[in-house]
Design a protein around this ligand. Structure first.
Ligand code: TRP
Length: 454
C-alpha cells in the first residue's frame, strides 16, 4: 500500500484535529435544539446510550478502515473490496458532506452576525430588547444571512486552498479550551438564574412517556451528527493517523469530550430557557435567542458575548473544514482537477444550495419538502437517514468482509496495545449497531407497527 501519505506530527495533533472535526455547532447549537424539540431528559438519556454503544464502536470501525487502507472515503472501500458496490457507502458520505455543509454554513453565518451585532452595540446597548424578535428580524431578512453564510464559506474556502489547516489546528488548541471555559462560566450564570430548577429538571429528569420513535431517531441522528460519523469524515482523518496512534483511546476521548460539551451546552441553555420564558421547542433558533439573555445578565455582557461567538465560529470552522475537505478531495481525484478548482466548485455549489436553506427562515418558509422547510428537510435527510445508514453499512462491511485477526492487529497496533473489550467491540459493531439502527429506521417508518399489528 502507498504509505507516503503525510501523517499527523504529534499524538495531540491527531486528537485535536479529530476533536475539532467533531466538536462544533453540533454540540453547542444542534444538541440543545434537538433536546428541546424532543421533550428533554429522555432524549438526553437515549442520546448518551447511543454515543457509548453505537458511537464508539462505529468510530473505531471508521478509524480502522481509514488507517488500514490509507485512503479517502470512496478509495478506502475500493481498495478493501475492489470491483464491488461497497464504495457506494463513500458516495453516500460525499453527498452527505456536501448537503450538511450547505445548511451548516447558514448557522455558522449566524455566529458571525452575532459577533457583529455585539460589536455594533445593538444586542446589549438598548434596554428591553426582545431577542426573539431580533433574531427573527435578522433571519427573515433576504440578504444579511446570505451575506454571512457567504463570508463563512469564503473563510472555509480560504483555509482549504491555502493549506493553513495546520495553523487553524494550532490556534484551536488554545481556543477550544477557552470555549470550554466560557461554557462553564455561562453554566454557572445560567443555573443561578431565577427558576433555573425548571430547566435542570427538563434536562435531567426523564419523562419516559415522551419517548416516541421520532425521539429515538432524533437521538440517533444527533449522536451520528455530533461525532461526525457515517460519512467517512473520520475515515479520511484516520488515514493520516500514525502507526502508533492509539485509536481506541482516541475514540473514547473524542466521544467523552463531545458529550461533555453537549451536556454543558444543555446546562447553559435550559435554565435560561425556563427563566426567560422561551419555548424549549423553538427550533433552530433556540440557542441564538436564549444566549443573549444570559450574556445580558453578566457584567461586561458585550465582551463575553463577543468572545463566545468568535470561539463558536472557530469551532464551526474546524468542522466546516472537515466537511469541505471530504467533498473537495473527491472532486479533485475523480475529475483530475487542481485543488483550487475543485475547492471552488464545492464552495460555489454549497453557497448556491445554502441560499435556499437560509431563505427557508424567511421568504421561503412556506416552501416545504415532505412537510418540512428546506433547511429542516436537508437536516432530516442527512442526520437522520444518510449518516445512520452510512454507519450501518460501514459496520456490515467490516463485520462481514474483514478477518478478525486483521481487525485486531490494526486496532492494537500489531499487538503493542491491549484491547480488552475486543470481543464486546466486535459484537457491538457486527450485530448490535446494524440491528439497532435498522430497528430505529423500521420503527420510525411505522413498519414495525404494521408488522406487529399494534
Ligand atoms: N460533528 C460536527 C459538529 O458537531 C459537524 C460535522 C463535521 C459533521 N463533520 C461531519 C457531521 C461529518 C456529520 C458528518 O458540529
Amino acid at each position: 500500500m502507498a504509505n507516503n501519505r503525510v501523517t499527523f506530527g504529534s499524538k495531540l495533533g491527531v486528537v485535536l484535529a479529530t476533536v475539532g472535526c467533531a466538536v462544533g455547532l453540533g454540540s453547542v447549537w444542534r444538541f440543545p435544539y434537538m433536546l428541546g424539540a424532543n421533550g428533554g431528559a429522555a432524549f438526553l438519556l437515549v442520546y448518551i446510550l447511543f454515543m457509548i454503544f453505537l458511537g464508539i464502536p462505529v468510530m473505531i470501525t471508521e478509524f480502522f478502515i481509514g488507517r488500514h487502507s490509507r485512503s479517502n472515503t470512496v478509495g478506502s472501500f475500493k481498495k478493501m473490496a475492489p470491483g464491488t458496490k461497497w464504495c457506494w457507502i463513500g458516495y453516500n458520505g460525499i453527498l452527505a458532506a456536501f448537503l450538511i455543509l450547505s445548511y451548516y454554513s447558514v448557522v455558522s453565518g449566524w455566529t458571525l452576525e452575532y459577533v457583529w451585532q455585539t460589536l455594533s452595540g445593538r444586542l446589549y446597548g438598548q434596554p428591553d430588547i426582545d431577542y426573539t424578535a431580533d433574531f427573527q428580524d435578522f433571519a427573515s431578512n433576504v440578504f444579511r444571512p446570505i451575506f454571512w453564510m457567504g463570508a463563512f464559506i469564503g473563510l472555509t474556502h480560504f483555509v482549504i486552498v491555502s493549506g493553513v489547516e495546520k495553523g487553524i489546528e494550532r490556534a484551536s488548541k488554545i481556543m477550544m479550551p477557552l470555549l470550554f471555559l466560557i461554557l462553564l462560566i455561562m453554566c454557572v450564570r445560567s443555573v443561578t438564574l431565577p427558576n433555573a430548577e425548571a430547566g435542570l429538571l427538563f434536562l435531567f429528569k426523564p419523562d419516559f412517556s415522551k419517548l416516541t420513535s421520532s425521539v429515538v431517531l432524533s437521538a440517533l441522528g444527533q449522536a451520528f451528527f455530533s461525532l461526525s460519523l457515517g460519512m467517512g469524515c473520520l475515515i479520511t482523518y484516520s488515514s493520516y493517523f500514525g502507526k502508533d496512534t492509539n485509536m481506541q483511546a482516541t475514540a473514547w476521548q473524542v466521544t467523552i469530550i463531545n458529550t461533555l460539551v453537549a451536556v454543558l451546552a444543555g446546562i447553559m441553555i435550559f435554565p435560561a430557557v425556563f427563566s426567560f420564558g422561551i419555548t424549549p421547542s423553538a427550533g433552530a433558533e433556540l440557542v441564538f435567542i436564549t444566549l443573549p439573555n444570559v450574556f445580558g445578565q453578566l457584567p461586561l455582557s458585550g465582551l463575553w458575548s463577543c468572545i463566545f461567538y468568535i470561539l463558536l465560529a472557530m469551532a464551526a470552522l474546524t468542522s466546516t473544514i472537515s466537511l469541505h475537505e471530504v467533498a473537495t478531495a473527491y472532486v479533485l481525484e475523480e475529475f483530475h482537477m487542481t485543488r483550487k478548482k475543485a475547492a471552488l466548485i464545492v464552495s460555489l455549489g454549497v453557497f448556491f444550495l445554502g441560499i435556499f436553506s437560509s431563505l427557508s427562515f424567511g421568504v421561503m418558509k412556506g416552501f416545504t419538502v415532505g412537510g418540512l422547510a428546506f433547511f429542516d428537510a436537508l437536516d432530516y435527510l442527512t442526520a437522520k437517514i444518510m449518516l445512520p445508514l452510512g454507519g450501518m453499512l460501514t459496520c456490515i462491511f467490516v463485520g462481514t468482509r474483514v478477518d478478525k485477526k486483521v481487525l485486531k492487529a490494526e486496532l492494537t497496533n500489531e499487538g503493542t496495545l491491549k484491547f480488552r473489550l475486543f470481543g464486546a467491540y466486535v459484537f457491538f459493531m457486527k450485530y448490535v449497531a446494524p440491528i439497532a439502527i435498522g430497528i430505529v429506521f423500521l420503527n420510525e417508518l411505522g413498519i414495525l407497527k404494521w408488522i406487529t399489528g399494534k
